[in-house]
Design a binder for this molecule. Structure first.
Ligand SMILES: *Cc1c(COP(=O)(O)O)cnc(C)c1O
Length: 248
């Protein structure tokens, strides 16, 4: 039988999906206290999921605007938040080639979380690992950091201790369209709002068999699994970091 003919509740598919997640954990060195999900809806649906699972009523959240994607995420937050989101800084005036120095950002210190996009795929603004080009994690204390890594996941190392939630549409760097990789620190699961739709509810998926509440995009999950296994076989993350460096 082809993957397309298998039930998504069959042991064969469950094994395939579990292996894809285990391989991703190995490839990106994701610690055990982070859960991995394969959602549908693209990176874009997580804009709303982040709000529904992480926004604490009355406290708002911080958003950095460095280009098209982080701006869309901020726009969603403006529609859905009880307290308007804080735009810490915007690169719009420079057509997203610059951002203000972090000491000049407008930060809601009581915010539920801080969101940024690590690599703005369209406008090209990327946070890097060097001291003067990295995200200023130290300004946020214990506030959970949420990061859109859609277009540079798997091409650089991740210091997981710095992140509460990371998400990426799999179609850019990891696998096939139809899978969205979501990685959440365990303690951030279970705080969803009462009116959270099933498909945005991280805890509901976490409690469901193999992390799937409803039918996942089975074939794209399979293809994503194959690709991650292939990337491990090719030399793992160090190999892909080197390739990305050579290209740039
Ligand atoms: C492509 C992209 C998105 C949107 O991804 P979809 O899976 O199409 O929703 C979001 N953020 C970044 C950085 C992207 O490159």
């Amino acid at each position: 039988m082809s993957v397309m003919e298998l039930s998504h509740r069959s042991p064969e598919f469950a094994k395939m999906a579990d292996k894809a997640k285990d391989d991703l954990r190995e490839f990106l060195e994701i610690p055990q206290n982070y859960k991995i999900f394969f959602f549908q809806g693209g990176a874009s649906l997580q804009y709303a999921a982040i709000i529904k699972n992480m926004l604490i009523p009355g406290r708002g959240a911080n958003y950095l605007n460095t280009g098209l994607w982080s701006n869309q995420c901020l726009t969603e937050a403006k529609k859905m938040s009880d307290v308007p989101p804080t735009e810490m800084a915007s690169g719009a005036k420079s057509k997203f080639t610059h951002i203000a120095k972090p000491k000049d950002w407008n930060i809601n210190k009581d915010g539920s979380y801080v969101h940024y996009c690590q690599n703005e795929t369209v406008h090209g603004f990327q946070f890097q690992d060097e001291a003067d080009a990295c995200f200023p994690f130290e300004l946020f204390g214990n506030m959970p950091v949420v990061c859109d890594m859609s277009s540079d996941i798997g091409s650089r190392r991740v210091d997981w201790t710095k992140f509460g939630m990371v998400y990426a549409g799999a179609q850019k760097n990891l696998g096939a369209a139809g899978v969205t990789v979501v990685i959440v620190r365990e303690d951030l699961i279970g705080k969803q709002h009462k009116d959270t739709p099933f498909l945005l509810d991280w805890q509901l998926f976490d409690k469901s068999p193999n992390g799937f509440f409803n039918t996942p995009a089975t074939y794209p999950v399979y293809v994503t699994g194959l690709n991650i296994a292939h990337m491990i076989k090719n030399g793992g993350l160090s190999h892909y970091c080197l390739l990305a460096e050579q290209r740039s």
